[in-house]
Ligand binder design. Structure first.
Ligand SMILES: [Zn+2]
Length: 141
């Protein structure tokens, strides 16, 4: 048996309430939803994190996430807004190490604030960061 719970969901040995599946991705209800209607979109292939998800699969995840957001807005669940949220790495709050995109229905006053202290950065810091990323982006595929 595969140790990865999302691979077990894909294989049918772990139970999930499936919303959609196709050749590249599947979507199922999150077992511990932030809000009712919370869906996870996962690649069929095992990919630990964002860097291992091929563009074609990532594009399908995004497309399905976008469509699920529309479906949630049209559904009876309380949905005044939608978060698409992907946690890549433990420091980013990834807890299941099979890449997954959260599609979370949101409403004013719900219990998932996603807020922290923020302050405008100095322009020099922004320019340095942009220059570093421009250079590195050429080497990351
Ligand atoms: Zn997996």
């Amino acid at each position: 048996m595969h140790a990865c719970v999302f691979c077990r969901v894909r294989g049918g040995s772990a139970r999930a309430s499936v919303v959609h599946q196709d050749d590249l991705v599947l979507a199922f209800m999150d077992l511990m939803p932030i809000n009712p209607g919370h869906v996870l979109v996962v690649p069929r292939m095992h990919a630990t994190g964002l860097g291992e998800v091929p563009d074609q699969v990532g594009a399908r995840m995004w497309s399905l996430g976008r469509r699920l957001g529309g479906a949630l807005r049209a559904s009876p669940v309380r949905c005044e807004g939608v978060n698409l949220f992907l946690a890549d790495g433990a420091a980013a709050f990834q807890t299941v190490f099979h890449a997954h995109l959260h599609v979370i229905p949101r409403f004013t006053g719900d219990s998932f604030p996603l807020q922290g202290p923020r302050a405008q950065a100095p322009r020099r810091e922004l320019e340095e960061g942009a220059a570093q990323l421009r250079e590195l982006l050429a080497h990351v595929h």
